[in-house]
Design a protein around this ligand. Structure first.
Ligand SMILES: NC(=O)c1ccc[n+]([C@@H]2O[C@H](COP(=O)([O-])OP(=O)(O)OC[C@H]3O[C@@H](n4cnc5c(N)ncnc54)[C@H](OP(=O)(O)O)[C@@H]3O)[C@@H](O)[C@H]2O)c1
Length: 304
């Protein structure tokens, strides 16, 4: 099979299209012919030399943490999935490829109304947002602050907070993304100097809970605006969080979590904007696209 992979760490230019043996589904596994794979900041960290916990890295590395595709092999003992099923799911690495073998406890059936590009970029940020909002206890009547609300993670978190009953979601973004946030039902606020004051104008008593997908300034602002530290989480600044006494606990990814999200999508309650899609052989350009940390929605690789 062909895959977008690298044999040294570094800039996006380390990507090459490489040939690998086709993986085969063993007992208890399925093989998926990949149609689309999301591009995440997680993949960028791997490309730059970070080793995800519990793994050891051997070159060449095929990154890719989320995917969608069609099952083309079903190993012995697998129940509930058949050849031809359209699925989406999660992995740690290896989805920037034509084929991926996974355990079926990492996939769900793709909703019929979900295009392949959305499906390929669905499970990583979707589950990240789900875990974070669960950890900060978002529920009925909450005013929730989401930093970096227009990004891949923020796009999911902004909408999910409303589905879970938040009465107001305030989201930070640059001016160019304010209309996008409004379209998601979010009250937009520009980040940068004076952020806390701008949010206090909207929420004089502060906010009930905050999710930081931006960085240290956002986390410090959250500390000023949220009374209960238990209701703050960061996806970015774990060292600062520890220093400030903000918990770092999150749940884990699961089929139950993605199923809730795919059900919401099927009901028209989640809208996922595709920032740009690239063919698999342009993985380097896809990484360049996420490299600057700005933009709205998801970057996705498509696989012919
Ligand atoms: N499962 C997960 O999704 C997960 C897990 C762990 C960590 N994270 C981390 O969460 C972060 C966001 O991920 P992502 O996938 O959403 O990235 P992304 O799609 O690249 O989005 C980045 C967003 O950050 C915004 N932004 C840039 N500078 C900002 C600032 N100073 N204050 C507020 N917003 C700012 C940008 O908005 P503008 O374009 O308007 O500037 C952009 O929309 C990454 O650092 C990632 O590593 C995600």
């Amino acid at each position: 099979m062909r895959a977008a992979a690298f044999s040294s760490y570094g800039s996006p230019s380390v990507f090459r299209m490489m040939e690998f043996e086709d993986p085969q589904a063993s007992s208890g596994e399925v093989r998926i012919r990949i149609k689309a794979a999301g591009v995440l900041p997680f993949d960028r960290r791997v490309r730059k030399g970070w080793t995800p916990p519990g793994l050891s890295i051997d070159f060449p590395v095929i990154p890719g943490n989320e995917f969608a595709g069609i099952i083309d092999q079903v190993g012995e003992g697998v129940n509930g999935f058949s050849v031809g099923d359209h699925v989406l799911g999660f992995t740690v690495l290896k989805s920037y490829a034509e084929y991926l073998v996974v355990n079926p406890d990492r996939i769900v059936i793709k909703p019929a109304n979900m295009p392949w590009d959305v499906a390929g970029g669905f499970s990583g940020n979707g589950q990240g947002a789900h875990m974070a909002l669960e950890a900060i206890g978002v529920g009925n009547g909450d005013t929730v602050l989401i930093h970096a609300a227009a990004g891949g993670l923020g796009t999911f978190a902004s909408q999910l907070a409303q589905v879970w009953g938040a009465s107001a979601v305030i989201g930070t973004a640059s001016k160019g993304n304010h209309d996008y946030l409004r379209s998601l039902g979010v009250i937009p606020v520009t980040y940068g100097n004076g952020l806390v004051e701008r949010i206090r104008e909207l929420a004089p008593e502060g906010v009930d809970a905050a999710l930081d997908a931006a960085g240290p300034d956002a986390l410090r602002a959250s500390m000023e605006l949220v009374k209960n530290k238990e209701r703050i989480r960061t996806m970015v600044s774990s060292d600062l969080a520890q220093e400030l006494g903000i918990p770092s606990s999150f749940g884990t990814r699961s089929v139950a979590r993605i199923s809730e999200l795919t059900d919401l999508y099927a009901q028209g309650k989640l809208h996922i904007h595709i920032r740009k899609e690239f063919p698999l052989n342009q993985a380097a350009d896809a990484h360049r696209k996420i490299e600057n940390g700005h933009g709205r929605g998801k970057v996705v690789l498509t696989v012919d």
